[in-house]
Design a protein around this ligand. Structure first.
Ligand SMILES: NC(=O)c1ccc[n+]([C@@H]2O[C@H](COP(=O)([O-])OP(=O)(O)OC[C@H]3O[C@@H](n4cnc5c(N)ncnc54)[C@H](OP(=O)(O)O)[C@@H]3O)[C@@H](O)[C@H]2O)c1
Length: 331
C-alpha cells in the first residue's frame, strides 16, 4: 500500500497526540515536521520519529515529498499557514477552528478551490464512528422528533494572560477553543441546518475574552439547543439529544466512543440500546483516515466535514461574538 507522507506545522501539544495517531494508521507516515525553532523541530522529530525536520514552515511546504500538511498552531495562524501550504500545492488538514472568523474561512476554501486541493478542518468529533449509529437511531424514529439538545464543554484552566486560551491576540476565549464542540454537536445532530435564532451571553475575564459562555440556538423545526463553554470549570461531558419519546446520551461527546439510547415514553427511563465504537489509538486516527481516503479519491472536501459545515459554524460563532461584544485583531 502506498503511504501518505504527512508534514506537521507547529509541533505543540496537539501535534504530539496527532503524531501518535499517525503511527497507528495504516499507510500514514509522519514524514516531516516544521517549527519556528530548528531545535524544537529536531527534538519533535526525534521523539516522534519524523525523518525530516525544518526550522521554517516554508521549507516544509516546499518539500516535494510531503503529501499533506497538518496545521497545529494557535487559531490566529491557521488562515495564513493553510494558504501558505495551498499555494505550495499541498493539501491541508487544519486544526479547529479552521480560522478565526467566517470571512477568513471563506477565503481559505476559495483558495483550496482555485488550487484544486483538499482542505479540511480537523474537528475530530465529526469523524467518530459512533455518530453513524446516533444518526441511525434518530432516522429510524427511536427517540421520536428531536426537541432539545444539551451540550456543555469546559475545563478548569490555570489563568495565563499570555496563553492562547486567554490572549485576544491569539483568538482566546472559551468559544473558539471549546464552545465550537457543543456547537458542532448540535449541527451534526441536526444535519447542518442553520439555526434561525442565536442568543449568547458571556462572562469575560480580565483579558476581555469570554471565560463563561452560554448559547441558545433555535431552529425552524422548533428544536432548541442549550450549549455552553467555560475555561473556569470542569463541566461534566455527557451531551443529550432529547426527543418526544426517547433520548440519546453521549458521554465524552467531543471524542465519543459510546452512546446510550433511552425510551422516555413512561415516567421511568429505560435503557434500550448501547453502542460502542472504541478508538484504536487516541481518537485522532479517524480524521487521519478520512483525510487519506479523500486524498485517494481526489476529493477536495470530505462529506463528513464539508466546507459549508465549517462555514456554518464559523458564521454562528461570528454571531455569538457579535452578541457578546468580542472582536479580535483579525476581524
Ligand atoms: N482537536 C483537538 O482535540 C485539539 C486539542 C487541542 C488543541 N487543538 C487546536 O490545536 C491548535 C493548537 O493548540 P495547542 O494547544 O497544541 O497549541 P500550543 O501547544 O500552545 O502551540 C502549538 C504550536 O504553535 C506554535 N505557537 C505557539 N504559540 C505561538 C505564538 N504565540 N505565535 C506563533 N506560533 C505559536 C508553536 O510552534 P513552533 O514550535 O513552530 O513555534 C507551538 O508549539 C489550536 O488551534 C487548538 O484549537 C485541537
Amino acid at each position: 500500500m502506498e503511504r501518505t507522507r504527512w508534514g506537521i506545522i507547529a509541533p505543540g501539544k496537539i501535534a504530539a497526540k496527532f503524531a501518535d495517531a499517525l503511527h497507528a494508521v495504516d499507510s500514514a507516515e509522519l514524514y516531516a515536521v516544521a517549527s519556528r525553532s530548528s531545535e524544537r523541530a529536531r527534538s519533535f522529530a526525534e521523539i516522534h520519529g519524523a525523518s525530516q525536520w525544518y526550522g521554517d514552515y516554508t521549507e516544509l511546504v516546499k518539500d516535494e515529498d510531503v503529501d499533506i500538511v497538518y496545521i497545529a498552531s494557535p487559531h490566529t495562524f491557521h488562515a495564513e499557514q493553510a494558504v501558505l501550504a495551498l499555494t505550495h500545492n499541498k493539501p491541508v488538514l487544519c486544526e479547529k477552528p479552521i480560522t478565526v472568523n467566517h470571512s477568513q474561512a471563506n477565503e481559505l476554501f476559495d483558495q483550496a478551490k482555485r488550487n484544486n486541493l483538499f482542505c479540511m478542518e480537523a474537528l475530530w468529533t465529526r469523524f467518530m464512528p459512533v455518530f453513524e449509529k446516533i444518526d441511525e437511531w434518530i432516522a429510524t424514529d427511536q427517540i421520536g422528533e428531536v426537541q432539545m439538545i444539551r451540550a456543555n464543554f469546559g475545563f478548569s484552566f490555570q489563568f495565563d494572560p499570555k496563553g492562547r486560551l486567554f490572549d485576544p491576540n491569539l483568538g482566546g476565549g472559551s468559544l473558539l477553543d471549546l464552545g465550537i464542540y457543543p456547537l458542532t454537536f448540535a449541527q451534526m445532530v441536526l444535519r447542518d441546518l442553520s439555526p434561525s435564532k442565536v442568543s449568547a451571553i458571556a462572562t469575560k475575564g480580565s483579558t476581555g475574552v469570554d471565560e463563561n459562555l452560554g448559547m441558545l440556538l433555535q431552529y425552524d423545526s422548533g428544536v432548541i439547543a442549550t450549549l455552553s463553554s467555560t475555561t473556569r470549570a470542569n463541566t461534566g461531558y455527557i451531551a443529550t439529544i432529547i426527543g418526544t419519546k426517547g433520548k440519546i446520551e453521549v458521554p465524552m461527546f467531543w471524542c465519543a466512543q459510546s452512546a446510550e439510547l433511552y425510551s422516555t415514553d413512561r415516567a421511568e427511563e429505560v435503557l434500550v440500546d448501547k453502542a460502542e465504537f472504541p478508538h484504536f489509538c487516541n481518537g485522532y486516527e479517524w480524521e487521519i483516515q478520512e483525510a487519506q481516503r479523500c486524498l485517494a479519491n481526489r476529493q477536495l472536501e470530505s462529506t463528513k466535514m464539508t466546507w459549508q459545515s465549517s462555514l456554518d459554524v464559523m458564521k454562528i460563532m461570528d454571531e455569538v461574538r457579535k452578541q457578546i461584544n468580542l472582536s479580535y485583531p483579525d476581524d
